[in-house]
Design a protein around this ligand. Structure first.
Ligand code: ATP
Length: 367
């Protein structure tokens, strides 16, 4: 990563009417990065992207590109291109002319137009489609044209707002891999908006997790998945069993938690956990980190074990999910995901199982 960020957003605030949509967004993006804004609908991802592109002005804060303050510059004066979910192609132009459009505006010489359009179409695997009309293309092909059109101007920063949102799942997965390959090949910096966490994990060098107008965590996919900074992030990225626990003891070395008022867990105090005795705290365990046993496992001081009743088995194709109730008095259940095919059937009404987790997979947060 270079020293000067390609894009630097500082303390951006934005309200629409009386509603504060962005509450101080700060972020640096470095040349060659693939950075994704991820968050639930309405959290301010698109508004932030539009402020970077210049379609929206912030109430407070600055946007810098290569060190230059561009906060008040119109979009066409920024070295940035945006790809929208609705591709906004020209239906009456063929593929070539759609891609060539910005070069024509700049009066680029014809031989250069031809070679740059061909190069961009090759990158998106649409070589040979130059003369096709837009309405003769599938949704996926139209999206490729939109990407080619944005690449042909060789922007240093490409902003993509849910560009695959209109595609079916299979095509979406395929295009994700292609976009990532294009980004690596061209070296163009991508800032990408999605609410699909799997897409964010697949594509990104770093992810900025948004919630309610703030960035609540920024990091590479692994650190966000492994060490979410809050139960919101744990729940939003991947899946997590979110439970409530009461701190029965916290002596600095160990904590004892009463989970959902029923199951007591004693574990080494996670780094930074400062829950005071008596406090109610959220606790999360990822489904794939729970091992399920049908016989009580031999006691192992390094592992946490608690019994439960198997309530349901859900076939997911590449994995099997077990729904377990360790809390007889409440309706709360735990999901445990077993990779591969698990030959389990529930005969009789219920089945006794034991859940086993490593203490480091019990996620707790400083209050
Ligand atoms: P999504 O994933 O649904 O696109 P998002 O995180 O991109 O969501 P934004 O599009 O940034 O969210 O919108 C954030 C909030 O700002 C929403 O409540 C939206 O209704 C509101 N909003 C966005 N643009 C405007 C506008 N021009 N006028 C009024 N409200 C707006």
């Amino acid at each position: 990563m270079g020293k000067t960020p390609l894009l630097e957003i500082s303390r951006i605030e934005k309200s629409f009417g009386s509603q504060k949509i962005l509450k101080g967004i700060s972020l640096q993006v470095f040349a060659g990065e693939f950075l994704t804004f991820l968050g639930p609908s309405g959290c301010g991802k698109t508004t932030t992207l539009r402020i970077v592109a210049g379609f929206e002005e912030p109430d407070k804060g600055t946007v810098r590109l290569n060190g230059e303050d561009v906060t008040r510059l119109p979009p066409y004066k920024r070295d940035v291109h945006t790809v929208f979910q609705h591709y906004a192609l020209f239906p009456h132009f063929d593929v070539f002319e759609n891609v060539a459009f910005s070069l024509r505006l700049e009066k680029t010489p014809e031989p250069e137009v031809a070679s740059r359009v061909r190069g961009a179409l090759d990158l998106v695997k649409l070589g040979g489609f130059e003369k096709r009309r837009i309405d003769q293309l599938s949704g996926g092909q139209q999206q490729r044209v939109a990407v080619a059109r944005s690449l042909v101007g060789r922007p240093s920063l490409l902003l993509l707002d849910e560009p695959l949102g209109a595609l079916d799942l299979k095509l979406r997965r395929q295009m994700q891999l292609e976009l990532k390959a294009i980004q690596k090949k061209t070296g163009i910096t991508f800032v990408y908006v999605t609410h699909d966490q799997e897409e964010a994990l697949t594509l990104s060098d770093r992810i900025a997790v948004f919630n309610a107008g703030e960035i609540v965590q920024l990091g590479d996919p692994k650190s966000i998945y492994e060490t979410p900074r809050s139960s919101f992030v744990a729940d939003f990225i991947g899946s997590a069993n979110i439970l409530e626990a009461q701190v029965k003891l916290n002596d600095g070395e160990h904590v004892v938690l009463l989970v959902e008022d029923e199951v007591e867990l004693r574990l080494p105090r996670p780094v930074g956990f400062n829950g005071a005795e008596g406090a109610k705290v959220p606790l999360a365990i990822r489904p794939e980190r729970i091992s399920v046993h049908f016989e009580e496992p031999a006691s192992d001081a390094g592992r946490l074990t608690f019994p439960g009743a198997l309530q349901d088995v859900v076939y997911l194709g590449s994995a099997t999910q077990m729904i377990i109730s360790p809390f007889p008095k409440s309706a709360k259940v735990l999901a445990a995901t077993i990779m591969g095919k698990a030959d389990v059937s529930i005969d009789g009404a219920r089945r006794r199982v034991w859940c086993e987790v490593s203490p480091r997979d019990v996620l707790l947060w400083p209050s």
